[in-house]
Ligand binder design. Sequence first.
Ligand code: HEC
Length: 172
Amino acid sequence: MARDNYSLAACALIAALLSSDAAHADASQIARGKYLAQLGGCTDCHTPGYFSGKPDSRYLGGSDVGFKAPDGSVVVGPNLTPDLQTGLGGWTAEDIAKALRTGIRPDGRVLSGIMPWPAYANLTPQDMDALIAFLKSLRPVKNKVPGPFSASEAPGLFVMQLTPPAKTSVAR
Ligand code: HEC
């Protein structure tokens, strides 16, 4: 009987150690993901107010600034928080990893090159998991960004224009 109690206690101790270890790994994984998101500039292009110097509390909740590509199309950095309707709530970890590695969204559309996915394609599997764990840990923000807009549409928001280098004439 005493022996059984000992083994029960040992099992409980091992279970407690394992779960505290897992919780610890989770928190450090999320911290690593946050570090990568800041370093990767995700915050800049995906947080409202960032480009006017006043990022608001809707952290990573979708930009309020459009980027106009040389072909005239305009895209806005979408909401990366786990909101189901307006963010990445309906995306699996695999969906997010695929978009970051290949630029392909779950609906098949290839993301504009303004989203620098080729720069993120070589994230190690551990860093990719950490970045995604961090995104999934965010407070969901309800904010649907407009667009994407074709060259013939008027976006009606502040737009940064990217001009092809051959067309610019800068005095040297
Ligand atoms: C230079 C600006 C910029 C940076 C930096 C940037 N993004 Fe983006 N991102 C965009 C834009 C703009 C789009 C929308 C492109 C489109 O619709 O074709 C986008 C799209 C996405 C999408 C697809 C979401 C959707 O709903 O279609 C994901 C996921 C994403 N970015 C994640 C990230 C992550 C994670 C980082 C940082 C590691 C990051 N982005 C850094 C501008 C940026």
